[in-house]
Design a protein around this ligand. Structure first.
Ligand code: SAM
Ligand code: SF4
Length: 335
């Protein structure tokens, strides 16, 4: 029998202190790697967590040891009650962070400041207007870019997520890094990951190793510095000497960070997933609504966590489309 030191510890000694909560399955963009081409059937509103339920369930996690909550989606800022949600959550003794496509973020600057949300990840896969329209299916490049600059000006700690897709944006790796010369942001190149409906193929992926080859073509070897990664950081981080910002690579496919994973995910309809790649999920919301104690359920789900990528512990398994179809599409998980 394995002895667990913490409520949220799994059988491999990983303590899950970081909860990602998806607030909605809806989005105002249609990124092809995230949203299936025909969209997703939306869950009826009555089956989604209300702002009070988000708070009460989050509180149970916080009482069990979670110390960081990231709000994500879909696009979390599409929730009209977003200010109310963060107001409630700010009462918990946890750090709150946000992942957003930034289209609407200028409207929420005051709320973010008031409720202490300083750590913001935004998604931007290209620096070209026409390519943005191609990948996100909405003409919002200028808005997103202007909002990125606004966030920096307003003093937020900004990370920019760039999903790399072969033939689409690998030729912009160096341009993205050049942004960090004058902007104190962190660019994170993400390996394209397989989810239901996103037409993933191994050949469309730009691996960590390939990213570094592009970096070495664009910059002198002696100015590329490996910098220290924060604890539980999913990226391997670098900086160009003298630049204000940094960049990193999140290599979930070729070099996963499962050994140090401290994340669990709650979907907008209140299902708990112990891994991004897991094909199983547990309905916390229904049991919460029935008045059951959900702490033992949470504990059980965490103890069932696989050692690696929801059980897809080899590239062969990851390449098997049948296994992705058992999982949700990314838009309904909350990355
Ligand atoms: N709408 C928000 C946004 O775009 O930032 C939050 C939700 S989105 C699902 C969260 C993150 O997941 C984004 O940074 C996005 O780039 C990433 N993502 C979505 N699909 C992905 C995939 N197939 N592979 C890698 N990252 C993906
Ligand atoms: Fe929407 Fe974010 Fe998915 Fe793009 S990555 S479709 S912005 S949820």
């Amino acid at each position: 029998m394995i002895e667990h030191k913490n409520i949220l510890e799994d059988d491999f000694g990983r303590n899950h202190t970081y909860l990602r909560i998806s607030l909605t399955e809806k989005c105002n963009l249609r990124c092809t790697y995230c949203m299936p081409i025909n969209g997703v059937p939306l869950t009826p509103k009555s089956n989604l967590m209300t702002s009070t339920e988000v708070f009460e369930i989050a509180k149970i996690f916080a009482d069990s040891g979670v110390n960081k909550i990231r709000l994500t989606g879909g696009e979390p800022l599409l929730r009209k009650d977003f200010p109310e949600i963060v107001k409630h959550l700010s009462k918990l003794n946890v750090k709150i962070a946000l992942t957003s496509n930034a289209v609407l973020i200028d409207r929420y600057i005051d709320d973010l400041k008031q409720y202490g949300i300083n750590d913001i990840n935004i998604s931007l896969d290209t620096l070209a207007t026409d390519k943005f329209l191609h990948i996100a299916k909405r003409d919002q490049f200028k808005k997103v870019y202007d909002n990125l600059i606004l966030l920096v000006k307003e003093g937020f700690k900004v990370k920019v997520n760039v999903v790399l897709i072969k033939g689409f944006n690998e030729n912009e790796i160096v341009d993205f890094i050049k942004l960090t010369k004058d902007l104190p942001i962190s660019i994170r190149f993400i390996e394209f990951m397989p989810f239901d409906g996103n037409k993933w193929e191994k050949d469309k992926m730009i691996s960590y190793q390939e990213v570094m080859e592009f970096v070495e073509q664009g910059f002198d070897k002696n100015v590329i510095e490996r910098i220290e990664d924060a604890k539980n950081d999913t990226a391997k981080n670098y900086q160009i000497k003298g630049y204000q910002g940094s960049f990193g690579v999140i290599s979930s496919v070729t070099n996963p960070f499962c050994d140090s994973c401290n994340r669990i995910r709650l979907t907008a309809d209140g299902k708990l997933k112990n891994c991004l790649f897991s094909s199983t999920e547990t309905d916390l919301l229904t049991q919460f609504r029935e008045g059951k104690s959900i702490t033992p359920i949470i504990q059980k789900v965490i103890r069932q966590k696989h050692k690696m990528r929801g059980g897809m512990d080899s590239l062969e398994k990851l390449e098997n489309p049948d296994l992705h179809q058992q999982n949700r599409s990314m838009i309904t998980i909350g990355g």
